[in-house]
Design a protein around this ligand. Sequence first.
Ligand SMILES: [Zn+2]
Length: 272
Amino acid sequence: MSGMGRKSRGKQERREAKALRLCEREKRAKEGVARGCLICRGHDGGFLSEEHPVPESLGNTEIVLPNGVVCDRCNNGVLSQLDATLQQFFPIAIQRVLKGVPSKAGKLPTARFSNGVLELSSPGNVVMNTNERKALVVDPTPLPGGYRKLKMSIAGGRRMTPTYASELSRSLLKMAIECAWLDHGEKILGPEWDHVRDAILGSKRQGYFAALRNGDPEDNQLQLQYVPQVREDGSLILAVVVRLFGLVMGTDSRNPEPLVEFDPEAAIVISF
Ligand SMILES: [Zn+2]
């Protein structure tokens, strides 16, 4: 009998905890309506969904914006498109397959390239389907966990155009502004950040996307560094460097080119 008592008390506690969570969610949603969305500044997009600054499909389960910060319309629209762009960026898509990082829905990863598909058919089992045998060279030595090292002999994936570079730049700025919110809260709603919001939403601007050509494929770290700097005229510029699966990428919110010059052998820099 005492066992049953404990059980029903546990149930009651869970019910109370759930009610409290719903209550807090409601409260955050109301705050979101009053404050406006971090990205579009609108008040009417709905504020029930939480948002991952770095997509879950890239292995982030820890850094989360609670509901009430980004509106559902942005979350399910422009932000999810930018996440998809980054997730499908060829060097990242390949690494997701090799490392077996599942999608948000728990599906095993796939990387599409210009003449085939690379997929993880079961954990540790990478399958390549391609018309051209030379597309990828598979190193026969298995790595720990049964993975094989792949060497790309041709460039794959979507062609790097200025439009594509602009989308990738926006996806990095999106991660940066959301992390800035986690660190600084409502300060990020200030007008000096509006140009970053406009950039994320796709307004026309000049900019660049840069990525180092060589990365360490064994690197599993995720690092995001954002640097907001106030310029002499009082305007703000936001620079972002992201290291994801050994790939280092960067952009900023104003300059048409990086402030440091890169050796073309060491990095690709695409201006738009
Ligand atoms: Zn919004």
